[in-house]
Write a protein that binds this ligand. Structure first.
Ligand code: 2BA
Length: 109
């Protein structure tokens, strides 16, 4: 068994969870926040049988879009201690960031 952690955009989360459930994957949804954009995203954690990992990943791939977001960063070369100069940068977020870990033991009690 593998432990999969998939970080997805909030906009994709509900549809993806519906699809995963349809395919009989067990999913736990957690609210999370991206460290770079400091905006909300969704982390799904799932225990998946080894032979179904690729099926899981292709469902994530087909239900999570890449989107562009604008964020402000500090232009340090233009800023002084009391003069913050933000400038906009565009970043591409997603489809999804997926971690697949080996499970040493899985029990339901
Ligand atoms: P955020 O940290 O808010 O990052 C949002 C997007 O900003 C990233 O999209 C990436 O395109 C860009 N980005 C992140 N850190 C950057 C940096 N230091 N400099 C320039 N651009 C940067 P994604 O790569 O699709 O990541 C989406 C979300 O997935 C991230 O949200 C974070 O919550 C999570 N994530 C991605 N890689 C991760 C990792 N190696 N470990 C833990 N979480 C990760």
């Amino acid at each position: 068994m593998k432990f999969i952690m998939a970080i997805v955009q909030d906009e994709d989360a509900i549809k993806l969870i519906d699809k995963l459930s349809e395919h009989r994957f067990m999913v736990t949804k957690m609210a999370s926040t991206g460290g770079f954009l400091r905006t909300g995203n969704t982390t799904l954690i799932c225990g998946v049988d080894d032979e179904r990992v690729e099926e899981f990943i292709s469902l994530v791939e087909s239900n999570c879009k890449s989107r562009k977001q604008i964020t402000s960063v500090n232009a340090s070369h233009l800023s002084t201690a009391d003069n913050y100069v933000p400038y906009p940068v565009e970043v591409a977020v997603g489809g999804a960031t997926i971690f697949v870990l080996d499970v040493a033991e899985f029990r339901r009690v």
